[in-house]
Design a protein around this ligand. Structure first.
Ligand SMILES: [Zn+2]
Length: 250
């Protein structure tokens, strides 16, 4: 009796791991080769955008132009020939592909020899992100999200596995610094943020990562750091803030 029970448990566990393994492998396959899920695509230059819904040519062109323009002013030059970005408007696609980060508006996936960026819904004509019925407002526009996520891919190509050692403030601050349309100077952002907490109203006005962007602006513009130095810095957010504060007191 016991042996039968044990055998059943073993068999169930085996099948459960096979099922889980298959699900994980399928997801990995979809993330590295998402084409079958996206019937429409636009562009043939540096950036190609694919979507599960038709892309209006006018809005699509403007979006690609705006995203490229933001990336062009990045201190980190794109080394790849072409970058692909996928827009998942349909809920099930969004839920499937955003499993690693279900609430995110976008995320970047890097798998060692390339990477793709994903975005939840898009309205190309207005240049706005549409996430679960919520329409994003500037500064977090569609072009912002595109440039932000692609900067993650470009940074991953540049430093490879070292990306896992880059502190969060630099890892998110750099894409934010690149992608924000009206980039504030260090003084403007510093004065605007003061010591207030980064709550929803602050995020609506200054984007997702204003404090990280403040630090990145400080190190790049005030300290003259190269982007390599920034990505190799291993300062925690508190340590980086300390350096910035010490400079203020001088
Ligand atoms: Zn990010």
């Amino acid at each position: 009796m016991e042996t039968v029970l044990l055998r059943t448990i073993k068999r169930t566990l085996l099948w459960a791991s096979v099922a889980l393994g298959t699900a994980v492998l399928s997801l990995c396959a979809l993330i590295t080769w998402p084409e079958p899920l996206f019937a429409f695509s636009h562009g043939s230059g540096k950036i190609v955008v694919a979507s599960d819904r038709p892309i209006p040519p006018g809005g699509g062109d403007r979006f690609l132009r705006d995203c490229e323009r933001l990336l062009d002013r990045s201190p980190l030059k794109a080394e790849g020939r072409q970058y692909r970005l996928y827009v998942a408007n349909d809920n099930w696609r969004q839920r499937l592909l955003f499993v690693p980060q279900p609430d995110a508006w976008g995320f970047a996936w890097y798998y060692g020899f390339g990477g793709h960026a994903f975005m939840s819904g898009a309205d190309f004509d207005s240049g706005r992100v549409v996430h679960w019925g919520y329409i994003g407002t500037p500064p977090r526009t569609l072009a912002y999200l595109c440039a932000h996520e692609l900067t993650h891919v470009i940074a991953s190509e540049h430093i490879g596995l070292d990306r896992f050692h880059v502190p969060q403030w630099a890892w998110e601050g750099l894409p934010d610094y690149v992608a924000i349309e009206n980039r504030e100077t260090f003084e403007q952002l510093h004065d605007a943020l003061g010591d207030q907490p980064v709550d929803i109203p602050v995020r609506v006005k200054y984007g997702s990562y204003p404090r990280y962007r403040l630090l990145v602006t400080y190190f790049i513009e005030n300290k003259g750091w190269s982007v390599d130095r920034l990505l190799q810095a291993r300062l925690t957010e508190d340590e980086a803030t300390e350096v910035m504060r010490a400079d203020e007191k001088r």
